[in-house]
Design a binder for this molecule. Sequence first.
Ligand code: SAH
Length: 384
Amino acid sequence: MKDKFNLVATAAAGLEAVVGKEIRNLGIDCQVENGKVRFQGDVETIAKTNLWLRSADRIKIIVGEFPARTFEELFQGVFALDWENYLPLGAKFPISKAKCVKSKLHNEPSVQAITKKAVVKKLQKHFHRPEGVPLQETGAEFKIEVSILKDKATIMIDTTGSSLFKRGYRVEKGGAPIKENMAAAILQLSNWYPDKPLIDPTCGSGTFCIEAAMIGMNIAPGFNRDFAFEAWPWADKDLVQKVRDDAENQANYDIELDIMGCDIDARMIEIAKKNAEEAGLGDVIKLKQMRLQDLKTDKINGVIISNPPYGERLLDDKAVDVLYNEMGQTFAPLKTWSKFILTSDENFEKKYGSQADKKRKLYNGTLKVDLYQYYGERVKRNLN
Ligand code: SAH
């Protein structure tokens, strides 16, 4: 089997650079592209990136890339790849995804069927199995994905399983939870560091608070779940266990954190508490029912991160206008605090009553949103 892989970490549009930075922080060189970050490595790299990347969606192995303008080219291209180095006899290998963009080949079900045929034929040849007799697929699963962009096919195997944003701690969610990896990325785009107070005044199921505590304590985001590659016979179990043990040793549970989440809805606070407990952070994060309009603090140099209701999702337009206006008035006295507010409302600044120092376009799922960034006074002075 293989010991070096071409790998890719997929990321939501706008978050690629954050994922790239996280990969470099693991000591891995990488190249940032649209929607993905490329890097190379071995099974240990696959384990580490799955376990540690906070902002990525998935880690995939690139089996090969080639031009595919016709079904014949696609078939021959897939057949030529060294599948025998990835798929043991008995492996299950569904072509789980095919995506064609700006390409002559556009019938995705046919692309899936041709790819499957080519892999089957290659394995039948390699394992001396008779053609015409289907391969038994009863073993570990390797999900194969095909992406054809501008007539170039990229053939990948997913190593992750259910997406990396599913950390395993969210037992319940509210009406419009933010994805865990998006929350982690926004925290890294903010100027919050574990020595500063953090408040999420509209915390819902507690995602920002939990992700912040995990960053603060250096807890690997994937510690509470497993990954598709762990079922593969050639992924050395001891090595993967070592990566998990190392992660456990690197966590710092003693660090003092000042993280608070509030929500107007008592039910949401109960859910947030359950999630925090599931993540092992029940004692670390303060969670309480409170209206954001009642937020007051004597602390300084903190960070507020909020993902308030947007018109499309949770509240009617009039109520949103009032809420954003009251938010502006409530936050204004907290001059040394930085505020990061994520909303799809394009008139947010007007309603809030002041112009953001910086705006960043992101996607919450398919919904276009902006991160409005207001820097606390000390930060502003440093910037001038
Ligand atoms: N980021 C959260 C989702 C936030 S949804 C998560 O990941 O789960 C917006 C939240 O704002 C809802 O839970 C809603 O109850 C809360 N909310 C609405 N109006 C509020 C107010 N005036 N004060 C505090 N919270 C409010």
